[in-house]
Design a protein around this ligand. Structure first.
Ligand code: F6P
Length: 363
């Protein structure tokens, strides 16, 4: 009997359970494969006693429609820089990857399928280089991975944001207000851009196109002057002004440091200081974008990723990440996949089309 360990790491994302179900259902078609899950990323395996669960068809029945992950997840306990207490009481970070691989083998695991974002896939690559057969499954609502056309969870996040946006439009209209809605995306503007197009925003501010406050003001005023007394703005959490005033403040991931939650308030202040008379209100969608049941498209990608990951394991194609490229499910080396990001192209067709729809990026 061969044993697979499945783990979900990093921030959660709608579709994680559909991936787990896909792996288990495909594995159950083989006679000699057993699937196990590790609770809270690989921590369930690293702890003593271990926290592992046998995953069979019964365990995963119907879970593809549910949000979150049945295995739980965490950003804590990264085995590449694990905080270890020293005899003198001090804490030192150590690389526990060699230990982790020995532990996996001693517990009888032949393969790891690691579902997670760039941080988790760096762990996958490190385990693979240490001699562990690993398959990766990419996950993020941000859609910022360079090797796949879409990540699962992204469409759900966009749908959640669009639903909220639609609600803000009617109240903006009633009160003749400027509504600023802040969405996630870390350093990428994909969620903001898709939501702005889907919802019909007047203004969309994203990290990839630093904005000029005067241009934003101009657009707002033109809407009021034309007798259409309300404006809906979508701002990505990583958005930056040309003069650098809305600069993220947390973390050092990707191109800008990220300020999580709050850029909509900074923009609101800027507009008021610049003399905007209209009433402005701010909404931070936050983690609502990460929760809830995945939309059909994400269920499809996630389920196929699960099946495909299991098939890579059966083929013995390790050190690879399953991806969607040009409408085809395939795989790329994890090392290659984590070496780059996918950001919105300011000159790309999507931004040009958005401009064609009258959306201003403040540039
Ligand atoms: O990467 C996914 C994401 O939801 C980002 O969009 C956001 O910046 C970040 O994670 C939030 O992380 P946390 O849940 O740790 O606050």
């Amino acid at each position: 009997m061969k044993k697979i360990l499945v783990a979900t790491g990093g921030g959660d994302c709608p579709g994680l359970n559909a991936v787990i179900r896909g792996i288990v259902k495909r594995a159950s078609q083989e006679k000699d494969w057993e699937v196990w899950g590790s609770y809270e990323a690989l921590n369930g395996l690293m702890e003593e006693p271990t926290r592992l669960i046998r995953l069979d068809e019964k365990t995963v029945s119907g879970i593809h429609v549910t949000g979150g992950t049945i295995l739980g997840t965490t950003n804590k306990g990264n085995p590449m820089s694990f905080p270890e207490k020293q005899p003198d009481g001090s804490i030192r970070t150590v690389n526990r990857i060699p230990w982790l691989v020995d532990r996996l083998k001693s517990k009888g695991f032949d393969v790891v399928i690691n579902i997670g974002g760039d941080g988790s896939q760096a762990i996958s690559q490190a385990m693979f280089e240490q001699g562990m057969p690993v398959v990766g499954v990419p996950k993020t609502i941000d859609n910022d991975l360079s090797s796949t056309d879409f990540t699962f969870g992204f469409q759900t996040a966009v749908q959640t944001a669009t639903d909220s946006f639609d609600r803000l439009v009617t109240t903006a209209n009633s009160h003749h207000r400027v509504m600023i809605m802040e969405v996630m995306g870390r350093n990428a503007g994909w969620i903001a851009l898709y939501t702005a197009i889907a919802g019909g925003a007047e203004i969309c501010l994203i990290p990839e196109i630093p904005y000029d406050l005067n241009k934003v003001l101009e657009k707002i005023k033109s809407r009021y002057n034309n007798g259409r007394g309300f404006v809906n703005i979508v701002i990505a959490e990583g958005a930056v002004a040309k003069d650098g005033t809305v600069t993220a403040t947390k973390g050092e991931l990707g191109r800008h440091a990220v300020r999580l939650g709050g850029v909509c308030f900074t923009l609101s202040e800027q507009l008021k200081e610049a003399g905007l008379e209209a009433d402005v209100r701010e909404t931070v969608l936050g983690h609502t974008q990460r929760g809830g049941t995945p939309v059909a498209f994400d269920r499809v990608i996630a389920s196929v990723f699960g099946v495909k990951a299991m098939e890579l394991a059966l083929e013995g194609k390790f050190g690879h990440l399953v991806v969607l490229q040009n409408n085809d499910f395939t795989s790329v080396p994890i090392k290659e996949a984590i070496s780059d990001y996918n950001f919105v192209n300011p000159k790309g067709t999507l931004v040009q089309a958005a401009k064609g729809l009258g959306i201003s990026f403040g540039d």
